[in-house]
Ligand binder design. Structure first.
Ligand SMILES: NC(=O)c1ccc[n+]([C@@H]2O[C@H](COP(=O)([O-])OP(=O)(O)OC[C@H]3O[C@@H](n4cnc5c(N)ncnc54)[C@H](OP(=O)(O)O)[C@@H]3O)[C@@H](O)[C@H]2O)c1
Length: 259
């Protein structure tokens, strides 16, 4: 029997009142993370790059949850805009407790024909947000906090279909997570990553044959859905995760265990 995906959203105990910023939060995995944190009673600031109007629908949906939700518009690959987004959170809430860096881009290309500009773009979206935030975090998180980056199995394995620039960017992101974790641990700021494989984001988002093949191959019996990643992010934000630093938690139903 196929395993069923989680239905509904439940809050993570202990996160009520935390102030969280999620990058790329108005669709896909970022939206699931924002929803989970809002369900946990957090004050969630959803970063988006596009027009305010597009984020309105998302705000309406999440406003039914126990936490509060609002948006901040920024292209987080641009250091000045990422810094401004963090300052906006500080002005509105006085501090930041949780920073989830989820935003990503992927420009398909072969490894034997890498194009410099799109490679730089994928690297910038992966790295610039945390690099820009890092010097500000001890001040923004005076009582400690959590930083969680969303990574991909393509950081360690070869994902077919020209994933090289995104894979290299995620490998660099996971490395950056370790370096930041070591430097920020003394400020009681935990920096970790969650990594996942191909995600089922619903009809029309990926080749159904590929999804079915991967679901059959996954030991736990189904593909990963955005809510699985959101649950893992929330786990890393729990008080009980306070001693976890610089780790990449794999959330894939066991798919990556197979040779
Ligand atoms: N989907 C998968 O199968 C899969 C597998 C493994 C890992 N992941 C990881 O999971 C995370 C989310 O994936 P997803 O599939 O949900 O992605 P998605 O649907 O492509 O959404 C990415 C989000 O990031 C935003 N974004 C991109 N560049 C940005 C920038 N410079 N500034 C601000 N926002 C920006 C996008 O905004 P716009 O709407 O403006 O483009 C979008 O909201 C990513 O880190 C991805 O690498 C995904």
């Amino acid at each position: 029997m196929a395993a069923s995906a989680p239905s509904g959203v439940t809050g993570m105990p202990g996160l009520k009142g935390r102030v969280a910023l999620v990058t790329g939060a108005t669709r896909g995995v970022g939206l699931a993370i924002a929803r989970k944190l809002a369900a946990s009673g957090c004050a969630v600031v959803l970063n988006h790059r596009g027009p305010e109007a597009a984020a309105g629908e998302v705000l309406r949906e999440l406003s039914r949850l126990p936490g509060s939700v609002e948006t901040v518009r920024a292209d987080v690959s641009r250091p000045a805009q990422m810094t401004a987004a963090l300052r906006t959170v500080e002005e509105r809430h006085g501090r930041l407790d949780v920073l989830v860096h989820n935003a990503a881009t992927w420009h398909p290309m072969p490894a034997t024909g890498v194009r410099a500009r799109p490679l730089r773009a994928d690297l910038s979206v992966a790295l610039a947000p945390l690099l820009s935030a890092a010097p500000l975090l001890p001040g923004l998180m005076p009582d400690g906090g959590r930083v969680v980056a969303v990574s991909s199995s393509g950081a360690r394995s070869v994902v077919p279909g020209g994933y090289v620039s995104a894979g290299v960017a995620k490998a660099a992101l996971e490395s950056l997570v370790r370096y930041l974790a070591a430097e920020l641990a003394g400020h009681r700021i935990n920096v970790n990553a969650v990594s996942t494989a191909k995600i089922d984001k619903g009809p029309g988002t990926a080749d159904p044959q590929v999804l079915a093949m991967l679901a059959r191959r996954t030991p736990a019996g189904r593909l990963t859905v955005p809510e699985d990643v959101a649950d893992a992010v929330a786990l890393l934000c729990a008080d009980e995760a306070a001693w976890i630093h610089g780790q990449t938690l794999v959330v894939d139903g066991g798919l990556g265990l197979l040779a």
